[in-house]
Design a binder for this molecule. Structure first.
Ligand SMILES: NC(=O)c1ccc[n+]([C@@H]2O[C@H](COP(=O)([O-])OP(=O)(O)OC[C@H]3O[C@@H](n4cnc5c(N)ncnc54)[C@H](O)[C@@H]3O)[C@@H](O)[C@H]2O)c1
Length: 257
């Protein structure tokens, strides 16, 4: 167990599976208290058990990031349980791939509302607590600690993908939101960055092997070994001079295209 996030409280959305699960476990192993949010209760509860088995502290929350009132409740629950919020990872996201001319309004809004509006809802709710807190700290003559928002976006938002107009638009939107929030909240020492991972958590082994041929490092990222450590770095004090950046964590994929 490391100590880079000792005494920090982190909320991770979509924390029950895949990349979110990897981030929750990595945060806990660095000493953070973790709020594992997921729309799906069972995997979130499993992650909490895994963290407790490692000697860490975590709670599961079932908030749908699309609904601001559920997100506000998640923030209240976090504060009741742990008394503070230092880190938010906006990771929850879904795909509904479909050719553009067949894409329904629901295909569009399901994806955009989960990824982009969800990131807006959670960032706003968390900052509604952090900003007054940072103001209070300044009034008391203290410099507010660096608090972190890390958004999980995608190379699809940079390059576009056929069949992913909804997903690519949402992920490009997250990049703009990241940079706007980074500028808007810098004076409160809220640092906002994003990562573009490649982990292909929902693909078959054959699909992964095929995709890996396009990646200079020749393999698909592992959520825990390859993606989560970069999020831990951004959340840690080592990254207290980095804000407004979108960091590819993709084995060099963006150089290859
Ligand atoms: N896997 C990749 O290669 C890859 C690449 C680029 C970007 N991403 C992004 O990384 C994030 C995580 O991807 P993953 O592959 O681990 O996904 P995943 O599907 O394995 O896990 C996502 C989790 O989010 C939860 N979730 C879905 N909608 C939610 C909602 N409305 N509220 C709360 N929780 C919700 C799901 O229940 C699930 O547990 C996503 O934002 C995805 O777009 C993934």
């Amino acid at each position: 167990m490391g100590q880079r996030l000792n005494n920090k409280v982190a909320i991770v959305t979509g924390g029950g599976r895949g990349i979110g699960r990897g981030i929750c476990l990595a945060f806990a192993s660095e000493g953070a208290n973790v709020v594992v949010d997921d729309i799906d209760a069972d995997p979130a509860a499993e992650v909490v058990k895994e963290i407790e088995n490692l000697g860490g502290k975590a709670i599961a929350v079932r908030a749908n990031v699309r609904h601001s009132e559920e997100v506000e409740e998640m923030v209240r629950t976090t504060l009741d349980k742990f008394g503070q919020i230092d880190i938010l990872v906006n990771n929850a996201g879904i795909t509904r791939d479909m050719a553009m001319f067949k894409m329904t309004p629901d295909d569009w809004s399901d994806v955009v509302d989960t990824s982009l509006k969800g990131t807006f809802n959670c960032s706003q709710a968390v900052c509604n607590w952090i900003v007054p807190q940072a103001r209070k700290e300044r009034e008391e003559g203290k410099t507010p600690p660096c608090r972190k928002i890390i958004n999980v976006t995608s190379g699809a938002g940079v390059r576009g993908n056929p069949g992913q107009a909804n997903y690519s638009a949402a992920k490009a939107g997250i990049m703009g939101l990241t940079k706007s929030n980074a500028k808007e909240f810098a004076r409160h020492n809220i640092l906002v960055n994003a990562i573009c991972p490649v982990a292909l958590t929902r693909m078959t082994q054959d699909m992964k092997e095929d995709f890996a041929k396009r990646i200079p490092l020749g393999r698909i990222g592992d959520p825990q070994q390859d993606i989560a450590p970069v999020v831990v770095f951004l959340a840690s004090e080592e990254a207290n001079y980095i804000t407004g950046q979108v960091i590819p964590v993709n084995g060099g994929l963006d150089m290859a295209i």
